[in-house]
Design a protein. Structure first.
Ligand SMILES: Cc1cc2nc3c(=O)[nH]c(=O)nc-3n(C[C@H](O)[C@H](O)[C@H](O)COP(=O)(O)OP(=O)(O)OC[C@H]3O[C@@H](n4cnc5c(N)ncnc54)[C@H](O)[C@@H]3O)c2cc1C
Lengths: 787, 261
């Protein structure tokens, strides 16, 4: 293994030196000579007709370069949606226009109406206040069920209703599921809400547009998880700029959690305005703007029914979900409650019949899209909650009920169209039992009780689908993109490597983990490998980072490119040692001829590739650089078992998390420390969702939780020390690294554990409480106990 | 933020003079005012900084063993330095985070009178004296409702005098997002009676829970509160808790304060 860390080692994250010492280069650190600043005038109303916009006085104000309104964007495209869903009846979803700046109507608080470009931010803000906008307020569409039941008030007048689609999956199973539920020994039913969240990455969004009139080149610097996706969507669909004239750069990205996947109006605006104004245009989101313009997450209202036989074997599962789309379709919004959610409803269990119905609804709220886990947390939450409720109703221990129904043979084709390649759910449950000391719970409960606290234990499993995704499959499902990944490995003459990858880091530690893989393959130090990402001018077309795909898909592309490098290097080495290609072995950075003591070093071979004096020029080209595109054959299926112990204060309803244990199966692990960190962060976010976070709209569509005064983010003292273990490893069978992905698991697996634990605590204390909707704030828990 | 000028007087009289300008406003730690300015919710042309006035800073012992705190003394300084009044020091040590405590001041907090702020509970619960450039105001006369006080235009809190009780305790139940008080109760037991001040709960801002005071005057014990119920009328109701919940918490926190006293 390389001295400074190969596969399985835990070198410290090299990028952290830069991040922690203020030497990072974030988008807001980029300032282009001559830049002007834009301030967006955003709707304060949730819904209204724009009667007039008078920019006259504002345009004359000091420092104003130009003021834009929706009219300026009539000739360009709208913000596109990247996924088209076909509904139960074979019809394609309703897809509304999404103008860069509002045209005719405003549809949510925060919808941009006008944009002032000025010499300074303050001048832009001053002028923005002088713009006179006359809007007739319309009733706001907020409640999803009401929005579907009554289409008198429509978010989009040109659509038939507020229903984006009514999706059924697997539609052919519908009758069979209904019949199985009707005839079942017992059916457990649960109605629940998956609360609306706001991602709140530490770095707010930023966009800087630049245009060179001499070359007709556009550059957009933006806080994105996937610059190529932005280049394609914005170039092809919004502004009509061909890719070779559009460069998108995302330098260091300070957290994304999904919300920086999507193409946003502000990006298109800055790119467009830079050309229109003849100077660079910069926008930096304030935190307040982020609350009302970054895509929100989750926001499902679900009814789930689980049918069982007398032994507790699952027989059928039926769900009905209302999924909030918000006012417009964000880039991947339609896919989240459907393909990323319905396909996961089997969970870890052998339920033979499943039917998932999802009604996606337009409302006068900020668009909702993928947020860490994207659909899988919603699936896991409802499934693991209903199983917990079922266990209590059936009088079966919740762990036992899960074990009875575990899938044990792989590959396993679920009734919801996916095939799990590997897994061992009993193994992770056994491991959990050990690391969480489940057998010691009763003693801990007695201890809590003696302090006047109600202790509860919540356990659940999860399965998720990562490594998104086989392009041909997602194409059939409505994706308007491929989901492969790319890598170019460039070896320099003196042996160092630069890897250019379409995977982009927004904090995951790619610059540390990826070199471990490549260094391990060659047997050189990881410090000889440098990662380049986040710039469409430098890296081959790639799809970016989300869905825990970077190592499974991007890492596999790197693996394949490195294999090509090694194959070619072996040929060069064979020539240098006057041996046959097939006799060359590579170990610890040395090429040797099998069965002899002849060897040449990695550096000798790379030098020969670029100084080809003694070189097989007639057979191979000089140079050592290879590109590979990897398109996965299947999703990967990480799984695990989680346990949470809580104490509830009966006087106040406050929930304290006393312990949290996670036993995950991520397949092979490259850097255990980074994996620990990903799981810690994910669980922290899950605890945030379970106990603290919620985007709250009032019935007029005002965002009541529009700042940190009311939107509760988890803080260090809200979370416990975690016990995490990933020693259960069933390697992925279809990617060359055997890896599955670990970025979202914590956020997927943890909310049900927390809620199960609180319900357990309350039930043990004699309360007849079967469910409380997240976030389980003190007031909600107390109200449930006292109603 | 709109553009403004700033002046940094070194004496109270200079500050008072500067504040006669109608467009001027006092700036202390800025932990409330600066965010307000950033959101363009206020537009003073001139800010008069009070933090350079040495007469308004520091903690000393006053008449009858009271603790006197300069109006421009930071929460951090009170947390560290008010050892003569431990419950007050403890309260200050849980306001906001270290950055807030290193800047925010007692004068700013009392002048602002946020209905969820901590110091108003300590001042009212201790029967403190709010000393200004023109007069001394008893805490009972000072707080006039949410964000409203007895201060006149341009009047500056120069000092706050806290009589030190036999025992006191502050119990803060935090609002999960802001970590201001969702409900917090300050109980102080003096030779001449018990005072119970509640913050976070009422739409009228900090108030004294007189029923509890009476019960505790008769019997200073947790049990004495058992049969009391705080009325939910006029309690704040928002996404973080109903009026009934807040009223309930008033009692819970009062019991805990007494228990810890
Ligand atoms: C993140 C955060 C968390 C916080 N958490 C808490 C908390 O848990 N509990 C809590 O109680 N508070 C909390 N605060 C508020 C904090 O305590 C403020 O410092 C305080 O409310 C205002 O004091 P200041 O010195 O910063 O006043 P400034 O912001 O400077 O001024 C506030 C107002 O008072 C006026 N003023 C200032 N000084 C005087 C004076 N001496 N005489 C007359 N008028 C004056 C100003 O003109 C202004 O109108 C928090 C603040 C932040 C930012």
């Amino acid at each position: 293994m390389p001295a400074d860390g190969g596969i399985g080692a835990s070198p410290k994250r090299r990028e952290d030196v830069r991040f922690l010492t203020g030497k990072g280069n974030y988008t807001d650190d980029i300032n282009v000579r001559g830049q002007a600043y834009v301030h967006f005038v955003r709707s304060e109303l949730a819904h209204g007709h724009i009667n007039s916009i008078d920019t006259g006085a504002a345009s004359a104000m000091e420092g104003v370069v130009r003021i834009f309104t929706g009219a300026d964007f009539e000739s360009v495209g709208g913000i596109p949606c990247g996924w088209q869903i076909t509904d139960r009846f074979g019809e394609v979803m309703q897809e509304p226009a999404h103008p860069v700046l509002a045209q005719g109507k405003v549809r949510h608080v925060g919808d941009p109406i006008a944009a002032v470009v000025a010499e300074t931010y303050e001048q832009a803000r001053d002028a923005a206040e002088a713009i006179e906008i006359d809007i007739s307020e319309l009733p706001a569409v907020i409640d999803m069920k009401a929005a579907v039941a009554n289409s008198d008030v429509k978010v989009h007048e040109d659509l038939i209703s507020n229903l984006c689609y009514d999706w059924g999956f697997v539609e052919e199973n519908r009758d069979a599921v209904d019949a199985a539920i009707k005839g079942a020994h017992h059916v457990t039913t649960l109605e629940l809400v998956n609360n609306r969240l706001i991602a709140n990455p530490m770095e707010p969004r930023v966009a800087v547009g630049d245009y060179n009139s001499a070359t007709d080149d556009h550059t957009l610097y933006t806080t994105s998880q996937n610059p190529h996706v932005i280049r394609l969507l914005m170039g092809a669909f919004v502004l009509g700029i061909p890719e070779h004239k559009l460069r998108v750069v995302s330098p260091d990205v300070g957290g994304g959690f999904g919300t920086k996947i999507f193409h946003y109006a502000e990006e298109a605006f800055c790119t467009f305005a830079a050309k229109a104004c003849g100077r660079p245009v910069k926008w930096t989101s304030s935190r307040s703007e982020a609350f009302m313009s970054d895509a929100h997450g989750r926001d499902h209202v679900t009814k789930i029914e689980l049918a069982m036989d007398a032994e507790g074997m699952f027989q059928a599962l039926r769900t009905e979900t209302y999924a909030n789309m918000g006012a417009y379709l964000s880039t991947f919004a339609p896919s989240v409650p459907t393909w990323l959610h319905g396909t996961l409803m089997a969970g870890n269990y052998k339920t033979p019949l499943i039917y998932v119905n999802v009604k996606a609804v337009f409302t006068n709220t900020v668009p909702v899209d993928a947020y860490r886990g994207a659909g899988r947390p919603e699936a896991t939450f409802q499934l693991e909650r209903v199983i917990d409720k079922a266990a209590r109703e059936m009088g079966i221990d919740p762990i036992e009920l899960r074990r009875k129904n575990f899938i044990t043979e792989f590959p396993y084709a679920t009734p919801v169209a996916v095939e799990y390649d590997t897994g061992d759910y009993h193994a992770t449950m056994d491991k959990l039992s050990e690391i969480a000391d489940l057998s010691g719970f009763e003693a801990r409960r007695a201890q809590s009780a003696s302090n006047g606290k109600l202790r509860g234990l919540g356990v659940n499993c999860y399965i998720e689908a990562c490594g998104i995704a086989p392009s041909n499959l997602v194409g059939q499902l409505g994706a308007r993109a491929g989901l492969y990944e790319s890598a170019t490995v460039r070896v320099n003459a003196t042996g160092g490597l630069v890897v250019m990858t379409g995977s982009h880091s927004h904090g995951q530690g790619h610059e540390t983990a990826f070199p471990q893989v490549i260094a391990d393959m060659i047997g050189i130090d990881a410090s000889m490998v440098e990662i380049v990402h986040g710039d469409t001018a430098k890296v081959p077309m790639g799809m970016g980072t989300y869905g825990s795909r970077s190592l499974a898909v991007g890492g596999s592309a790197m693996f394949k490119a490195t294999e090509k490098i090694i194959n070619k290097a072996k040929k060069i080495a064979a020539h240098l040692m006057e041996a046959a290609d097939s006799d060359i072995e590579l170990k610890d950075g040395q090429f040797s001829v099998a069965g002899t003591d002849k060897s040449v070093a990695w550096g000798d071979v790379t030098l020969a590739a670029y100084v080809p004096h003694n070189y097989p020029l007639e057979d191979i080209e000089p140079g050592l650089e290879e590109t590979a595109f990897y398109d996965p054959a299947n999703f990967t299926y990480p799984s695990g078992a989680y346990a949470c112990e809580v104490e509830v204060d009966p006087d106040t309803g406050k929930v304290d998390i006393k312990s949290f244990a996670a036993a995950d199966d991520f397949g092979n692990i490259v850097n255990p420390m980074i994996v620990d960190g990903q799981v810690h962060g994910g669980i922290g976010q899950g605890i945030g969702q379970a106990l603290l976070e919620q985007a709250v709209y009032d019935s007029d569509g005002q965002l009541l939780s529009g700042s940190y005064m009311d939107y509760a983010m988890p803080r260090a003292d809200d979370v416990p020390y975690y016990t995490v273990d990933h020693s259960c490893q069933t390697p992925c069978t279809h990617n060359p690294l055997g890896v599955k992905g670990c970025g979202e698991a914590g956020a997927i697996g943890s909310p049900p554990a927390v809620v199960n634990a609180v319900v357990d605590a309350l039930q043990r204390a004699g309360h007849d409480i079967t469910h409380i909707d997240m976030p389980l704030s003190p007031s909600k828990v107390w109200s449930a106990m006292n109603s | 933020m709109y553009a403004f000028d700033i002046e940094r007087p070194s004496s109270v009289s200079e500050a008072v003079e500067a504040l006669k300008n109608e467009e001027a406003q006092a700036l202390s730690g800025g932990q409330t005012l600066i965010p307000t300015l950033k959101q363009r919710l206020a537009a003073p042309e001139k800010l008069i900084s009070l933090t350079g006035i040495s007469d308004m800073k520091g903690i000393c012992e006053g008449a009858g063993g009271s603790v006197c705190i300069g109006g421009a003394t930071t929460h951090g300084e009170v947390a560290e330095g008010a050892s003569a009044y431990p419950a007050l020091a403890e309260l200050a040590s849980h306001i906001g985070d270290p950055a807030v405590r290193n800047r925010g001041t007692i004068g700013g907090s009392l002048a602002n009178n946020d209905p969820s702020a901590c110091y108003p509970a300590a001042a009212l619960g201790s029967g403190a004296l709010i000393v200004t450039n023109t007069r001394e105001i008893a805490a009972d006369d000072y707080f006039e409702g949410m964000f409203s006080t007895a201060l006149d235009e341009g009047e500056i809190i120069t000092e706050v005098r806290f009589p030190v009780p036999e025992c006191a305790n502050y119990q803060k139940f935090v609002q999960p997002a802001s970590r201001f008080a969702l409900v917090a109760v300050f109980v102080a037991k003096y030779a001449d009676g018990v005072r119970v001040a509640v913050t976070g709960a009422s739409e009228d801002g900090v108030f004294r829970w007189t029923d509890a005071e009476q019960a505790l005057n008769a019997d200073f014990s947790v049990d004495a509160l058992e049969n009391l119920k705080c009325s939910e009328e006029g309690m704040i109701e928002d996404m973080h808790g109903s009026a009934a919940y807040r009223a309930h918490l008033v009692k819970v926190m009062t019991k805990r304060s007494v228990g810890a006293c």
